[in-house]
Design a protein around this ligand. Sequence first.
Ligand code: CTP
Length: 400
Amino acid sequence: MLKTWDDKRILLIVGGGIAAYKSLELTRLVRKAGIAVRPILTRAGAEFVTPLSLSALAEDKVYRELFSLTDEAAMGHIELSRSADLIVVAPATADLMAKAANGLAGDLASTTLLATDKPVLMAPSMNVRMWRHAATQRNLATLKADGVAFVGPEEGAMACGEYGPGRMAEPQAIFQAILAALGDSPRPLAGRRAIVTAGPTAEAIDPVRVLTNRSSGKQGYAIAAALAALGAEVVLVSGPTALAPPPGVTRVDVESARDMLAACEAALPADIAICVAAVADWRPQSVGERKIKKGPAAPDPIALVENPDILASLSKHVRRPRLVVGFAAETHNVETNAKAKLGRKGCDWIVANDVSVAGTLGGDDNAVAIVSAGGVERWDRMAKVEVTHRLARRIVEALA
Ligand code: CTP
């Protein structure tokens, strides 16, 4: 059975900074990966986010006061600090860093940090001058020497109108640092979102007829399942197939290429987009409202217009996923054609497949090449399931 993060817990200390709102998103990401979150909200933190929001996203009680009878009755600060695998401070304000560096214990957050023997990860957030101040840099050095891990801060425009280092790292970066601190995961795509297109599209001619192709959808479904098994949140945008959705995958059923594109765009933002669908390149220019009858009134020929290219659209999208992958089944000049396709579509990789090789089309084996700007990576002929898993692992490496 796949090991999950379900047995892990973090204690999240939310300090008082404008970046506290990002800790809500962080909480959502961490919970989605199956990690329990027990929040401590400092008094200043509560000026920026409400205990109710934090508690709702964490699905746990929010701890706030050192000397609260109810908090202490539920769980004392010593127990709190021991109940987690990792303590995360986000935002870690200059004040919280100073307290932790000097061993102060005047409130629940600092007491918990002093009472713990668990690893601590801090995501600093403060004004650039405060960050650069000798006192903060001293505290940073002390905390590092004490074994505290840091993520960020990032450089950029600040809420106060200044520019420089001090901005809290983005929730996704903190989340990845949390996973790294918790140790190796069998679910390395936890917290990542993937869109996979699969199957054929069906383009209406009239209410009863469609223009379609023979794609079974198996390849796309297998990739969706492999990414989900590695922990990704997968939206499978599927044309009509006879397949059941893989476990843990959200399937969005579509018919036409235009519906498929709209469903993909609605599923953004995403980290990964894998376009496996055999999208009809054309659709009838006009769709008959009624069934077209034989005879002189029947359109002859049926006029076609080009469909949108989903792979190219996602590759050029303002919210482009970090990794966009296309597939290409070719019968000749495989790598040359794949390279040209890569440039034309603007994706990161084309998984090129020589379907002229006996036994690949409709068979169990496949010989693919991964074509990217960096060159061509040829894979030996292997079972299609193995191709799928190797590709999923390659995606993990690319996002690492
Ligand atoms: N694709 C897409 N939308 C389209 C056409 C293709 O997303 N309208 C994607 C496919 O899912 C696949 C890749 O583009 O990942 C390559 O598909 P292919 O049919 O080989 O490319 P075409 O652009 O149609 O080129 P060709 O002239 O070789 O058919």
